[in-house]
Ligand binder design. Structure first.
Ligand code: SF4
Ligand code: SF4
Length: 511
């Protein structure tokens, strides 16, 4: 079990709504970005002298630009429906981690400066001055929201706390209070092309190594190409897929699927990142700049289609905003959706009987599936409602003999966040990440006890990284989290594959 410097919550069998314990997480705040990190993103380097005036100007601008923000701030009736729906409240007991409590941090400032009642009778309507103490609370608690949108599913008015968190972060960035983790990563994308700062030659080396490994395993020359002009498909995938476990096993799977489909494809060293942290910081301009790289790569490589790998928020940005951010895509083949998810691609081949699987290759696992928030609640997949839930499960069922869902209150559109989304996947927020993972880990633990589940599949790079890190805090193994296309990779039977290869490998291992 991983050692913690904080109290790791005890798992219970049912969702346990804790007693309110104020300020338990007031100390939790991520590192602040230094001026050299802020500058490439177009933000002031440090807290401005006239920060209050500038922040209120920005707030006014956002209220005018995003009508939804004003509606959300005006329409809460304090019904309490959302109070026990946030994983961070359930894991930390801090009332400012109740969605309504988090919203109120902005609502009280909004009322004070943007409503008549708040200007005249602030105390009566819960309005407060925007003081440095309030700003500190914003920095702390708007970085304790993974923008997962679970609360909005249960709010009778559909108030989306994620959007309020994004606006708060945008306002803070505009006055020089940025979050180091997110803003540094966006800077790496501008400079090098991906979140991890992996240069092209390192990527090429990795891909060459994958080709050798797959050939050794299967006897089939599956390609993992980069920067190949004229390929039919540009694959845009999270950079974690290039080297991290279990992400890279997913990338191996994508390559095998493309190979069997008989299509040409390529990765791009220029757009070697699907993730778009511009969304996490609420910055349209940075989101646009990151997305433009995909357009540039697609034009440069003369591809006809774009397929996204397994990444939750990347898929949200792609599915919901790619056309606005980087379109029009009229130079691509109109017969295919822009963009397409790798799960849609694989599922289509399965439906058409184009892939052969030996499910027995996954018989060492009993699977469950974690719906990633941004796929579940902020985008769709396929051409029927609920495709984002059904397509990944259909792929698992096609490739595995043993699959059980977790409790229905914790899956599909009610899924619990992994605890590391929304730009919080940083070690300086480890306490929050571990505590916030509690509801999901609890549901996983229940299905392990009741059904003998051994592994949980996911289609989000952040979820996979988060679970490898936090599962050990709960006495579980880091490799219990797997990539969905890892299961595909294990089970797929490649045309021309030496049927004896696996048996020989097994015999060698046994020896
Ligand atoms: S969006 Fe998610 S993390 Fe944020 S308050 Fe709502 S439930 Fe909590
Ligand atoms: S569920 Fe909606 S209306 Fe009710 S308290 Fe929460 S945010 Fe307000």
């Amino acid at each position: 079990m991983a050692k913690a410097t904080f109290e790791v919550p005890e798992l219970s069998q049912y969702i346990d709504v804790p007693a309110v314990t104020p300020d338990t997480m007031a100390h939790s705040m991520p590192f602040v970005a230094k001026p050299e990190i802020q500058a490439p993103l177009g933000f002031p380097g440090e807290l401005m002298d006239d920060w209050q005036e500038k922040a209120l100007d920005k707030m006014g601008e956002l209220l005018g630009k995003y009508r939804s923000l004003r509606v959300y701030l005006d329409s809460c009736v304090k019904c309490g429906s959302c109070t026990d729906k946030c994983h961070y409240y359930l894991g930390t007991k801090d009332p400012k981690n109740m969605p309504v409590g988090r919203q109120d941090l902005m609502r009280k400032v909004y009322r004070r400066y943007f409503t008549l009642a708040g200007k005249l009778f602030p105390k009566l309507v819960g309005a407060e001055d925007f003081t440095k103490e309030v700003l500190d609370d914003w920095y702390s608690y708007y970085h304790q929201c993974s923008q997962c949108r679970r609360c909005s599913v249960f709010c009778p008015y559909g108030i989306d706390t994620a959007e309020i968190s994004m606006a708060a972060r945008e306002i803070m960035d505009s006055i020089g209070v940025g979050q180091k983790y997110c803003n540094e990563i966006i800077g790496k994308v501008y400079k090098i092309g991906n979140n991890l700062g992996l240069p092209g030659p390192a990527l090429a080396d990795t891909l060459e190594g994958l080709e050798e490994d797959v050939f050794d395993d299967t006897g089939v020359a599956v390609r993992y190409p980069m920067d190949e002009e004229g390929a039919e498909i540009l694959l845009v995938t999270p950079s974690a897929d290039f080297f991290a476990e279990p992400h890279v096993d997913g990338l191996i799977g994508y390559g095998k699927v493309f190979h069997e489909a008989g299509v040409t494809w390529t990765l791009s060293s220029h757009a070697s990142e699907a993730a778009n942290f511009g969304m996490f910081i609420g910055s349209y301009e940075n989101m646009r700049r990151v997305a433009q790289r995909i357009r540039e790569a697609a034009i440069q490589l003369k591809v006809k289609r774009i397929v996204f790998g397994e990444c939750g928020h990347a898929w949200r940005v792609a599915y919901s905003f790619l056309n606005t951010l980087a379109g029009p895509w009229d130079f691509l083949d109109p017969r295919y959706p822009v963009p397409q998810h790798i799960c849609e691609f694989t599922y289509d081949l399965i439906q058409r009987g184009k892939l052969t699987f030996d499910k027995g290759e996954n018989d060492d696992k009993v699977l469950t599936y974690h719906d990633s928030c941004n796929v579940a609640r902020a985008s769709r997949m396929g051409d029927t409602p609920g495709g984002q839930f059904d397509i990944p499960r259909a792929i698992i069922r096609a490739t595995c003999n043993h699959f059980y869902d977790m409790d229905e209150d914790t899956i599909r559109d009610r899924t619990f966040c992994c605890g590391g989304g929304g730009g919080l996947l940083t070690d300086d927020l480890m306490e929050l990440r571990v505590k916030g993972a509690k509801p999901r880990v609890e549901a996983l633990n229940n299905v392990m006890q009741e059904k003998g589940v051994t592994h949980m599949a996911a289609i989000c790079a952040i979820c996979k990284s988060q679970f490898t890190k936090v599962l050990p805090y709960y006495g579980m193994e880091m490799d219990q989290i797997v990539s969905l296309h890892q299961l595909v990779s294990n089970a797929i039977v490649l045309t021309g594959q030496d049927a004896d290869d696996d048996d020989e490998d097994d015999a060698e291992e046994a020896a």
